[in-house]
Design a protein around this ligand. Structure first.
Ligand SMILES: [Zn+2]
Length: 159
């Protein structure tokens, strides 16, 4: 079953609605541009809730994508595990809040594109220059350095 791609954000929050669905990486074109291949699917959950007068959406995305390591240009699996809470505000309030605190604000659209929201948050969460953990790159630059000059090691042993 496909989830409704557009939601009325405030109505969704106030009625405590929830969407749990999957999306292929391929379907997210901006994300597809960043990954080294666009196979695979991501699971996401969007949940609406209200705390008093405050209407919120929580977003959870779980999956894995493949990024290109900026050190060795090899592929690296990058687990995605995103949790975000977004406060819904109307467009007038949107101008006033401007990064006032750590809470993220989004405009409470009556036709909020859920997948675009999922993609926005994913793009924000990705590292600017992804790299393998130290020593994992292939070929690992450190081991090359060691084997490059075995004679200096021997010379040091002979002393
Ligand atoms: Zn690497």
């Amino acid at each position: 079953m496909f989830a409704q791609p557009l939601i009325d954000a405030l109505e969704f929050a106030r009625n405590g609605k929830q969407i749990r669905a999957e999306v292929s990486i391929e379907a997210l074109s901006r994300l597809s541009d960043l990954v080294s291949h666009s196979h695979g699917t991501l699971s996401y959950t969007v949940r609406g809730y209200s705390i008093g007068e405050v209407d919120m959406l929580s977003l959870e995305v779980v999956g894995e994508c493949t990024l290109r390591c900026q050190r060795c240009l090899g592929e690296m699996n990058y687990p995605l595990n995103l949790n975000a809470s977004l406060r819904l505000v109307d467009s007038a309030t949107m101008d006033e809040v401007e990064a006032e605190d750590e809470i993220e604000y989004i405009e409470a659209s009556t036709q909020l594109d859920v997948l675009a929201l999922v993609e926005d948050e994913l793009l924000l969460s990705l590292p600017f220059a992804p790299k393998h953990a130290a020593g994992v790159c292939s070929p690992a630059p450190e081991s090359l350095q060691h084997s490059a000059n075995p004679f200096s090691v021997l010379a040091a042993l002979k002393k």
